[in-house]
Design a protein around this ligand. Structure first.
Ligand code: THU
Length: 132
């Protein structure tokens, strides 16, 4: 797929600045490209009750879905703390739920270069109930 992944990563980087992560001090931002071309961003939001924390990727995907999106094309992830901030297992599964005919592209940042991979590299044999 032909898309400006650099722009998507810039939006993820900007979103990471909004991170609420006083406990881990690990900021993350994500930007989701939805089918149709719209971009939705999110950041991790932590909580004093630690288990309530939401990752940046799911924050962005849920924002998109709540606006009517049902198919995502790409997700860029940025953390100032870590090169190649890879999505956690829960976020991989949520990406898989909203994968359409085209495989979701996952973009990470490595020393200002982009690593561009497919979701199946992170989550082979994903679980999906058909017709969901
Ligand atoms: N986190 C994300 O937002 N995305 C990831 O892919 C990995 C982890 C957040 C959750 C928590 O706020 C902090 O990073 C440390 O785990």
């Amino acid at each position: 797929m032909d898309y400006d992944y650099k722009l998507l990563m810039e939006k993820a980087k900007k979103a990471s600045k909004k991170s609420y992560s006083p406990f881990s001090k690990f900021a993350v931002g994500a930007a989701v490209l939805a089918k149709g071309g719209k971009i939705y961003t999110g950041c991790n939001v932590e909580n004093s009750s630690f288990g309530m924390t939401i990752c940046a990727e799911r924050c962005a995907i849920f924002k998109a879905v709540s606006e009517g999106v049902r198919e995502i094309l790409a997700v860029a992830i940025f953390s100032p703390n870590e090169d190649d901030c890879y999505p956690c297992g829960a976020c991989r599964q949520v990406m898989y739920e909203f994968q359409g005919e085209e495989e979701v592209v996952v973009i990470t940042n490595h020393e200002d270069n982009l690593n561009i991979r497919k979701l199946s590299d992170f989550l082979p044999y994903g679980f999906k109930i058909q017709n969901s």
